[in-house]
Design a protein around this ligand. Structure first.
Ligand code: MN
Length: 745
């Protein structure tokens, strides 16, 4: 085995011998941390080190040290997580492609494909620049997550890289602190947190805080130091009492004092408007015991020793957090009535709590069985991969991720008592998608704690949830407003997109034809040689590659037909074509008589996803209606005079298009009624009978909560053919003696 001495650069280099020794010495430091690897792995590491050292020759860090000290420090950090040899080699090589012009092929040939892929993934991350513009941020983020979902080791090395760069941020000019620290706080720290790498998360937060707000950081540091000296006696007393109590219960425990990080103190003070002492007057102690049972026993012992504060006990052992975290939490009133927070956990739980996904390698290194930390972490990665695959728009993706990255979870149970974690506010439909995307796509409803609920019903901690599926059900645009998880939203959008593409293309073409006609041209310029240049210019203007794509965009409301149509005018004029005055005046006439135009969109109820009948006014055939072209959500049909529609018209008039009913709609439509009933026996049955007599269907009933009052208000959704049919139903209802009034709403 070659000694490190012969790795020293040739004396002709500008490097000083001292600097070379420094880096060789620090490789020795790395070797000291990798006792868990075998000799051949270490030899591989040495080869990677030698290659990287040569590649970085002559480069220095901002503090003047040879550059190689940085990759070594990153590898040491990764060795702390007991990552495997491939990951450590990638850590050593992580800047060689980007900074030294080494090619991926070379790394592939020397070190094999897995290492080359890791380094390549890291290089890509290095090129990302997060700006405050959301679009760019989303784009970068997505690439980063792509790499991440392929191999979580890329993210771990990247986090180690970022950690070392943050530790040495003091060496770079102050003007660069803000951006790097912000980015760390906004992007990297949350990722570390989400992956359960708590120690790394706290350090990144702490370093970001120190560089973003050096003065506030300094003040808090001092305050914490002062508080610490004040509480030493108390903590010692508590430790002694707890130790005694636990050992007389036969429990050997490791007691650790726990301090809030400066950043979390700072954030609590700001967010909750608390004073420093309010935030820090709670002491924290961690009790690490041998097994899970002892966690609960220790809890019982503590609750006998000190009085527990109500509502502060949390069992994160039975219900682990989404990132794998497990512990029992309780707060008690300790000596001198000071509040003390206790965490009880096993050693294994402790590793997971500190190292998250990286605990996987920690287990391996210690020859222990992996207990699920990695499984949970990669489940999350898998769901990111799903989102990524179903989404093409960068800012949309960012929206999904933002929701998933900052979880505020609720825990619900399947009928088989499996625990499912969902973000707060998640609905039955989210739950269905969490089970399986097929279950989500065909979700027809479900039960929460044995009660039938709607798709949009919000789930609460501890709910027992089951869903019903129906193969005839499929996602509609309204579903998007009924889910909260990024996963469900991406799945729904994906489904709608595929289904709606051809529909919206046809719709868009018709709309553009209509708009061109309004400008005085009988038809769209056909796809002929004569119009090729014209189409090219229109497409360049709209930013589409093909005509079909343009039509689809118009049909989905991403582009406005009338604006595109106006674009044709000068181009057609260049070809010597002028608008037809008769068509123009017709268009003007039609504009004043909304329904008169013959070539508007005709609705017969067969439209699936691109047309929706709005829930605010429930239009039915016979009503005067128009269509609002939502952004990417197709057309929502409103009754004229509907308050919601009018508000939209106020701010978005150009998105309205004229629509009309077909002569013979193919299905029934729902109308909403409000019925005031004299309270009495059997009145509901009477109403149902009357509706049936009118040959209408009751789709939904909603009754006011005042059963004791003399009258009751009933909201009905009835399925009818058209306004005439509805009038018949209303007449029959009004004849009932128990009905005091009926009105359509
Ligand atoms: Mn680096």
């Amino acid at each position: 085995m070659p000694s490190t001495a012969e790795l020293a650069p040739p004396s002709t280099s500008s490097h000083s011998a001292a600097a070379a020794n420094a880096s060789a010495a620090s490789f020795a430091a790395l070797v000291e941390c990798v006792g868990y690897l075998d000799a051949s792995d270490i030899e591989q590491l040495r080869r990677a080190y030698r290659f990287a050292d040569e590649a970085h020759l002559g480069q220095t860090r901002k503090n003047g040290e040879p550059y190689i000290t940085h990759p070594i420090a990153v590898a040491v950090e990764c060795a702390g997580w007991k990552l495997d040899a491939q990951a450590l080699m990638a850590a050593l090589l992580h800047d060689t492609i980007e900074d030294c012009g080494v090619e991926k092929r070379e790394i592939l040939e020397r070190f094999g494909s897995p290492v080359a892929e890791l380094v390549d993934g890291l290089t890509k991350l290095d090129k990302l620049h997060f700006t405050t513009r959301e679009q760019t941020q989303a784009e970068s983020f997505r690439k980063m997550l792509l790499a991440m979902a392929r191999d979580v080791r890329v993210i771990l090395v990247k986090l180690a890289d970022r950690t070392h760069n943050m530790r040495t941020l003091g060496d770079v000019p102050r003007s660069k602190w803000g951006r790097t620290a912000r980015e760390t706080l906004d992007i990297y720290a949350p990722i570390a947190h989400r992956l359960g790498l708590n120690r790394c998360y706290r350090e990144l937060q702490e370093l970001s805080f120190a560089h973003l707000f050096p003065w506030r950081h300094a003040v808090l540091t001092k305050a914490v130091k002062r508080a610490r000296t004040r509480r030493v006696d108390l903590i010692d007393l508590v430790k002694k009492e707890v130790h005694q109590a636990l050992s007389s219960a036969g429990i050997q425990a490791d007691l650790q004092g726990r301090e809030k990080s400066l950043f979390s103190i700072y954030r609590k003070m700001r967010q909750k408007h608390l004073s420093f002492s309010q935030v820090t007057d709670i002491y924290g102690l961690r009790v690490i015991v041998h097994d899970q049972l002892q966690c609960y026993t220790a809890l019982g012992v503590l609750h006998q020793l000190y009085k527990p504060l109500p509502g502060r006990f949390k069992d994160h052992i039975a219900i682990a957090k989404a990132n794998g975290y497990q512990s029992l939490h309780t707060t008690v009133a300790g000596p001198r009535s000071v509040s003390i927070e206790f965490q009880m956990r096993t050693e294994t739980m402790h590793w997971v709590a500190e190292a998250g996904v990286a605990a996987h390698w920690l287990y391996k290194a210690r020859g222990l069985k992996n207990e699920g930390a990695e499984v949970l972490g990669t489940q999350w990665l898998q769901s990111l991969l799903d989102i990524q695959r179903d989404t093409s728009d960068a800012s949309e993706f960012w929206d999904h991720i933002k929701i998933d990255l900052f979880p505020d979870a609720v825990y619900v149970f399947t009928p088989k008592n499996e625990i499912i974690a969902l973000p707060r506010g998640a609905t039955l439909l989210d739950f269905a998608y969490e089970i399986h995307s097929d279950v989500g796509d065909h979700c027809a409803g479900g039960e929460v704690n044995g009660q039938a609920v709607a798709l949009r019903a919000e789930l609460r901690n501890g709910d027992v949830v089951s869903v019903w599926t129906d193969s005839k059900v499929s996602p509609s645009p309204q579903w998007l407003s009924q889910v909260r998880t990024g996963r469900a939203r991406a799945k729904i959008r994906h489904h709608l997109k595929t289904l709606a593409e051809s529909e919206s293309r046809d719709l868009g073409q018709r709309m553009l034809e209509q708009a061109v006609r309004a400008e005085g041209f009988a038809r769209l310029p056909p796809q002929e040689d004569r119009y090729r240049a014209l189409w090219d210019r229109v497409l360049r203007f709209s930013g589409n590659r093909t005509r079909d794509e343009l039509f689809t965009d118009i049909g989905q409301g991403k582009r406005i037909a009338s604006i595109v149509a106006k674009r044709f005018l000068p181009l057609l004029a260049e070809l010597g074509e002028r608008p037809d005055p008769i068509l123009l005046s017709q268009a003007r006439f039609a504009a004043s008589e909304a329904d008169a135009t013959s070539d508007n969109l005709v609705l017969d109820g067969s439209e699936s996803t691109m047309v929706s009948y709005s829930q605010c006014c429930h239009p039915i055939p016979g009503d005067r209606i128009d269509g609002y072209l939502g952004r990417g959500e197709g057309i929502a049909v409103h009754r004229l005079g509907c308050a919601v529609g009018e508000r939209l018209r106020g701010k978005d008039a150009e998105r309205f298009i004229s629509v009309s009913w077909a002569e013979q709609p193919i299905r029934n439509f729902n109308a909403a009624l409000e019925v005031v009933l004299a309270n009495g026996r059997g009145v509901l049955a009477n109403v149902a009978q009357a509706v049936a007599q009118a040959e209408a269907d009751i789709v939904h009933v909603d009754m006011g909560n005042e059963p004791a009052a003399a009258s009751a208000q009933l909201r009905l959704l009835v399925g009818v053919r058209d306004t005439e049919h509805l009038d018949t139903a209303l007449r029959i209802l009004r004849r009932l003696p128990s009905v005091m009034g009926v009105e359509r709403i």
